[in-house]
Design a protein around this ligand. Structure first.
Ligand code: FPP
Length: 222
């Protein structure tokens, strides 16, 4: 069975502040780490999906300067990333309600999705304007609108991402789920790391993967 890894990339602001820099510098470095981790995962035969929390439905509450910066960073980063996705056969996919973004950013997201749609390697999902509660409500409403009975299977399929999460990692020292993939993580193994996201490395991911292999997953059975 191939693995779905999901990551809450926390600690960018603290990383920058600790160096006397503006918080947004942490997001810039964080984006570079996204590339390193994605490339690493794309080279692992047993990982088929990597879902990264890049902007939550609650992140709009941040100062306008930081929100604007994140929007611009996402736009320019996705454009720069396209050749890297193609080189590594990574299919890019956005999850969340991107209709709240500017037309310009929405077009970039759709363009990169379209241009990587044929890639057969790792799927990299970026959670953008994503919140698990919002996702579940949208899914339920779409089932009602299409007159489909609501059960675990139909709801599973109606979500932005159906594949259940095997490994959920949160960097930055906090131990909470922050409205992230709550349905999909029902049986995820959860790893909390004290490392701030800009310092997160493929070495640390490898050590988490080793620990995961030691776990006997029972999924409620014996
Ligand atoms: C949490 O750190 C991180 C975010 C809210 C955004 C995550 C964004 C990135 C990793 C960079 C952009 C991503 C891409 C793909 C271009 P925080 O700001 O809450 O940190 P803090 O807890 O130290 O304040």
């Amino acid at each position: 069975m191939k693995k779905h890894i999901a990551i809450i990339m926390d600690g960018n602001g603290r990383w920058a502040e600790a160096q006397g820099k503006k918080r947004v510098k942490g997001h810039e470095r964080g984006a570079e780490v996204v590339r390193e981790i994605t490339t690493f995962c794309s080279n692992q035969k047993d990982i088929d999906r990597l879902t990264l929390y890049a902007f939550s439905t609650e992140n709009w509450k941040r100062p306008k300067y930081e929100v604007d910066f994140l929007m611009k960073l996402l736009n320019s980063w996705l454009k720069k990333e396209l050749p890297v996705y193609l080189e590594n056969s990574v299919r890019f996919e956005a999850i969340g309600d991107i209709s709240a973004f500017s037309n310009n950013l929405q077009n970039t997201i759709k363009d990169v999705q379209k241009k990587t749609a044929h890639c057969t390697g790792l799927v990299q999902s970026l959670a953008l304007n994503y919140g698990s509660k919002n996702e579940i409500v949208r899914a339920v409403n779409s089932l009602i609108a299409n007159n489909i009975e609501i059960n675990e299977d139909s709801l599973d399929k109606a979500l932005d991402v159906s594949q259940s999460v095997d490994i959920l990692i949160r960097s930055g020292g906090e131990q909470r789920l922050s409205n992230y993939l709550l349905w999909q993580s029902a049986y995820a193994e959860i790893f909390f790391s004290d490392t701030l996201w800009p310092d997160f490395s493929t070495n640390e991911l490898q050590s988490i993967l080793k620990n995961f292999e030691q776990i006997h997953r029972r999924f409620g059975g014996l």
